[in-house]
Design a protein around this ligand. Structure first.
Ligand SMILES: *Cc1c(COP(=O)(O)O)cnc(C)c1O
Length: 453
């Protein structure tokens, strides 16, 4: 039996208003293990802070989402959004589960190739592809998603020069009822730009039109925009069939499904207000049944879901450095992981749980990172139990965009481990050190010596 926790007596000002019509404020139960591996052991072995990803959770998320789409529309293919999390081990899990690679830069393209993904299984998105990047993609028969007319013209030039055909799709932007509109990527639907781009492609015998693409935004909180987007792409696909007898291989509906993270400014937890993934899948797939070609010619539905598949599989384990009181009497807790590792905490209220069993006394607190910067605040207000120096906290839902957007600033990037299905924590990216950091620096000769007095 665990020993009861001793809590020292404490006099505090009682704050009213903690209860409201939704009940008392929620406190997260301690998270002492990830897939039965104790977080304490992970920190002992890999230091603090440390990112931990659950292999089991990633695979389950992917399989569950695939099932949800597949049961509604049989021809479905997933493509893993590299920028959401491009750790090699993580991408490999998605590829083992059958996902293609969705990349938005040349280095991501190269990363996918190095992992063994063939060109034909790479979707090459992004507004800034270079001639060299496009040449490679043409030769390797990647699926090139054209973003704008200048790229289209460049592609026409390159296919002429190489005397090769290219497999292409266009990215379409449109009014889906979300404002400000995401109209900076791709060709606009309403003003006829998309139609014009498609015609130019159809008339070019070196461009092989294989698909249509849209990505309407990220963390889309309702299903209707997807329904509008799918409806519009289906109209384009029907027109291509009727006017040009073109049968598309696929319609790519992008990503943007929300994860279980709660946005700042949102009172209720994400789970309570967001539609289910089933509802999203219904909105995306139902317009496909307005396709007018024979069923055996129906295009594959491609889904490029990022955050929804990985967010809750990522944990950041961190240690308490100090407790202090702010000038207004509020408690502040300082931990060793800051916004440098959680860029996403600018937008989301990440859930934070104690990493060991905690007492029942809780207090409204501010949670700060270790940086010498006022902005280094992970949660302005969070109800936490008493935490001693050295005790652990586990920050949840940090699987997406954290380990791609993290900064090396004041402190260095820590270890990343994977908690495998075999319930073992293994290193998938080593912590950075000063040697790694300075290995890219060059000091001019005349700056190599100095004397201080
Ligand atoms: C970022 C991105 C995704 C993934 O977006 P999520 O919001 O993480 O699902 C998919 N497709 C494209 C083109 C993207 O740029």
């Amino acid at each position: 039996m665990d020993k009861k926790i001793y809590e020292r007596p404490l006099i505090i000002k009682q704050q009213s208003g903690l209860m409201n019509k939704f009940g008392s404020s929620t406190i997260n139960a301690p998270v002492t293990e990830i897939d039965r591996v104790p977080v304490k052991d992970i920190v002992e072995k890999f230091g603090s802070p440390v990112f931990a990803f659950s292999e089991r959770k990633i695979r389950n998320n992917q399989r569950e989402m695939f099932r949800i789409f597949k049961t509604r529309y049989p021809k479905v293919q997933f493509a893993w959004s590299y920028k959401t999390n491009y750790m090699n081990a993580i991408c490999s899990i998605f590829h083992q589960e059958g996902s293609w690679a969705e990349v938005v830069s040349e280095f991501e393209y190269e990363k996918a190739r190095q992992l063994g993904v063939e060109g034909e299984h790479i979707i090459f998105n992004g507004p800034a592809k270079t001639a060299a990047g496009l040449e490679r993609a043409i030769k390797e028969r990647a699926k090139i998603h054209i973003d704008h007319f200048d790229e289209l013209y460049l592609l026409i030039e390159l296919t002429e020069k190489l005397n090769l055909t290219a497999d292409v799709a266009i990215r379409v932007n449109m009014d889906v009822g979300i404002y400000p509109k995401w109209d900076r990527f791709g060709f606009n639907y309403e003003n006829g730009e998309a139609d014009q781009a498609l015609k130019r492609i159809v008339l070019n015998d070196k461009l092989n039109l294989i698909g249509l693409h849209t990505h309407i935004g990220t963390y889309i909180m309702s299903t209707e925009p997807y329904k509008i987007a799918a409806t519009k792409l289906v109209v384009l696909a029907n027109k291509l069939k009727e006017n040009h007898n073109i049968t598309l291989d696929y319609i790519d509906m992008g990503g943007g499904l929300p994860s279980k993270n709660t946005l700042k400014g949102q009172y209720l937890e994400a789970e309570q207000i967001l539609p289910s993934y089933e509802q999203y899948a219904e909105a995306i797939t139902s317009p496909f049944f307005n396709l007018t070609m024979p069923p055996n010619e129906f295009p594959t539905l491609i889904i490029e879901s990022g955050r929804a598949l990985i967010d809750d599989a990522g944990f950041l384990i961190s240690s308490v450095i100090a407790n202090k009181r702010l000038s207004d009497g509020r408690r502040a807790v300082i931990i060793d992981a800051g916004v440098n590792l959680m860029f996403t905490s600018f937008w989301f209220k990440h859930r934070v749980a104690p990493g060991q069993n905690a007492g029942s006394f809780t207090e409204n607190s501010s949670l700060y990172g270790p940086l010498c910067m006022n902005i280094d605040c992970i949660r302005e207000e969070i109800v936490l139990p008493a935490l001693k120096k050295g005790e652990l906290v586990v920050i949840m839902n940090v699987g997406s965009y954290s380990v791609t957007q993290w900064m090396q600033f004041i402190s260095m990037r820590p270890n990343i481990v994977l908690v495998t299905e075999e319930e073992e924590a293994v290193l998938i990216r080593a912590n950075e050190n000063l040697e790694y950091l300075t290995s890219l620096e060059v000091v001019p000769e005349k700056l190599k010596t100095f004397t201080l007095h």
